[in-house]
Design a protein around this ligand. Structure first.
Ligand code: PAF
Length: 283
C-alpha cells in the first residue's frame, strides 16, 4: 500500500490508476470502514482511503483533541483489507491557511444533527469537496450509519456537478446490534450495555411499522420509551423522515403511507454522542 501525504504524490498516484474508489475516513478504523474498502474493491480497480481528522467539522466543545488516532493499526488494517493507497495529509495539505471557501448544503445541513452541531456539515461538505477534487475518484464509498451525511454529500455532488458517484454501504453492527462507530470506544462497560438501546428503539419502530402503525408520533414515542428503558435520557432527536430527501413526512396527518420512511436517532450515552437509523420496511 502506498502512503501518500501531499497533493503532488496524490496526483502522481492518480495518473497511474484506472478506475478509483475512494473511502474517506477520520481513522480509528473498525469493521464498518473495512466494509467500505471491500465495497470499493468490488466496484473499482484501485482503492484509496484517506485518514484525516478534519478540524472544521468539530465544534469548539467537541472531541477533536481526543479523537483517537491509532495510525499504525489503521495502516495495517487497510493493508489487510487490500487498499492500494492511503492518503494521510497534514492539515496544511488540505487547508492552505488563507482559505476563505466553505461549502454549505442548506437547509439540510442545519437540520437533524445540524441543529445540535451547527458547523458540522459545513466542515464535512468542505473537506469532502476538497478531498474529491484532489483524489478525483470515480466512486466514493460512505457508510449509511451516517445517513444524513450520505444524503447531504449526494446533494452536494449533484448540485456542484462533481463527476463522482456516491455509494452508500450498509451499517456494520456488533453482535447485539450496536452500530459500529469510532466513538463507541468512549463508552464505559455499563454505558456499552445502554448504547444498544438505540438499535432496540429502531427495531421497535420497525416492528410497529410492519404491524401497520403509520402515525409518526406513535412511532417516535414508542422508540423514546425503549430508549428510556435503557436509561437513555439525553436524546437530541428521534425523527421519522423521507428516506430519499430527509424531508419531514407530509403534514397535517403525517401519515407515511406513500413514502419510504427512515427513523433517525441521535442520543448521548456517557461521553459519546451516538447516532443510528433504520429504513422502515414491510418485511
Ligand atoms: O464520516 C467521516 O468519517 C467524516 O465525516 C468524513 C466523511 C471522513 C469527512 O471528514
Amino acid at each position: 500500500m502506498e502512503h501518500i501525504t501531499d497533493r503532488h504524490g496524490l496526483r502522481q498516484w492518480r495518473q497511474r490508476c484506472g478506475t478509483v474508489g475512494f473511502v474517506p475516513t477520520m481513522g480509528a478504523l473498525h469493521a464498518g470502514h473495512l466494509a467500505l474498502v471491500e465495497a470499493a474493491r468490488a466496484h473499482t480497480d484501485h482503492v484509496i482511503a484517506s485518514i484525516f481528522v478534519n478540524p472544521t467539522q468539530f465544534g469548539p466543545q467537541e472531541d477533536f483533541g481526543r479523537y483517537p488516532r491509532p495510525l499504525e493499526r489503521d495502516q495495517q488494517l487497510l493493508i489487510e483489507a487490500g487498499c492500494s493507497a492511503l492518503f494521510h495529509p497534514p492539515v496544511t495539505a488540505i487547508y492552505a491557511g488563507q482559505d476563505q471557501t466553505r461549502v454549505r448544503v442548506e437547509p439540510l445541513g442545519s437540520d437533524l444533527c445540524g441543529r445540535f452541531r451547527p458547523t458540522h456539515f459545513q466542515g464535512v461538505a468542505t473537506v469532502v469537496a476538497i478531498l474529491l477534487n484532489l483524489v478525483r475518484p470515480d466512486q466514493v464509498f460512505l457508510g449509511w450509519k451516517d445517513y444524513q451525511q450520505v444524503i447531504l454529500l449526494r446533494k452536494m455532488v449533484q448540485d456542484l456537478a462533481m463527476p463522482v458517484a456516491v455509494v452508500g454501504v450498509p451499517t456494520v453492527r456488533e453482535a447485539d446490534g450496536l452500530a459500529m462507530s469510532s466513538r463507541n470506544r468512549y463508552l464505559a462497560p455499563a454505558e456499552r450495555q445502554q448504547a444498544v438501546g438505540l438499535h432496540r428503539a429502531l427495531e421497535a419502530a420497525q416492528t410497529a411499522w410492519r404491524d401497520g402503525e403509520r402515525r409518526v408520533e406513535s412511532l417516535v414515542s414508542g422508540a423514546r420509551q425503549v430508549l428510556a428503558s435503557f436509561g437513555i435520557g439525553d436524546i437530541d432527536y428521534v425523527e421519522v423522515r423521507d428516506a430519499e430527501t430527509l424531508d419531514p413526512l407530509p403534514v397535517p396527518d403525517q401519515r407515511a403511507a406513500q413514502t419510504r420512511p427512515v427513523m433517525l436517532i441521535a442520543a448521548r450515552v456517557g461521553a459519546a454522542r451516538l447516532i443510528d437509523n433504520r429504513i422502515l420496511t414491510l418485511e
